[in-house]
Unconditional design. Sequence first.
Length: 395
Amino acid sequence: MTTRRLVLTQSAALVGAASAGLLVPQWARAQNSKLRVGFMLPYTGTFAQLGVAIENGFRMAIDEQGGKLGGREIEYFKVDDESEPSKGVENASKLVQRDKVDVLVGTVHSGVQMGIQKVARESGVLSLIPNAGVHAATRGLCAPNVFRTSFTNSQPTLALGDVLMKKGHKKAVWITWKYAAGDEAFEGFRDSYTKAGGTIIKELGLPFPNVEFQALLTEIAALKPDAVVCFFAGGGAAKFIKDYAAAGLKGKIPLYGSGFLTEGVLDAAGPAADGIITTMHYSDSLDTPRNKAFRLAYAKTFRLQPDVYAVQGYDTGLLLVQGANAVKGDLANKKALYAAMEGAVIDSPRGKWTMSKAHNPVQDMYLRVVENKENKVIGVAAKALADSGAGCKLG
Ligand code: PHB
């Protein structure tokens, strides 16, 4: 009896000590529990394919590390954000409050990102943006715990103005979905094109994710600009390219865009896409060992061709690997974690890139043309292009 009572007393003391954190140091506890990673991405709607490509790319980077981050096993959580801005806060809260994720990876749509940004700023959860380019996330509303691995909405189009003027296109029509991504992509185009001496004769728009382009294409035909420039992506981009050709505009008025227009849609769009010129921080045809190895491994694993979204997902994984390794899996060591991520050089299939002070990639923009279902690189439109980060005060 005495022995048993003693054992009980001792084990009660042990439980007490453990729960007070006396016996197991925090780093050791961190090593033992699984690291919780939450994907908040579109798995339905016009951006569904983009969400899948991002998740695939992310998982690939982690699997290259034996499926672990800083030595820790991973548990994944998923929420379909439907590219629905009105549910952004609620969906991000599900991952942060209910699932208690250590890292939130999301999302694609700029409007939804604003919901994630609010939750990230309030909760302090590590938030990695694998696509959405909304300026505020790395400008006025930037945060120490928010890192973007993709672009800002005006980054690709900032490289486009000069390209049009060099081709002699002095009058352009702009067309897009009317929401943050389209409006901010317009800012980049407007600034670079007007600076180069071009004139935007009309801005056309329709609500996201509407694809009734017919009336707008008729208007473009009547306006007879030298070129048309646009922002569309995903399923809507494939439809725009096909409708543009069907309206008889292909071959008459050259079509330009930020490169999302021709990402992941070339099979669906077919020959209608041939000749479209875009600027983007990636191209399928980048002739580097890094890109070739990535493309081969991705195609083998997922039986799909990777696109810019897959690369961004992959780079999100690479960034997290660098951060997690620096703190040996203890993501609660925020100071060291953020410092490692801020100083990271990402050896990406797109080429090496670094983080700006505001936590957005500093990267090259390639000039590409579509030929036979491929985005072919025809030049570098801008070297080491950084977003202004205007209004962001970090470090
Ligand atoms: C965005 O909403 O920020 C967005 C969506 C799709 C893209 C690019 C940007 O391809």
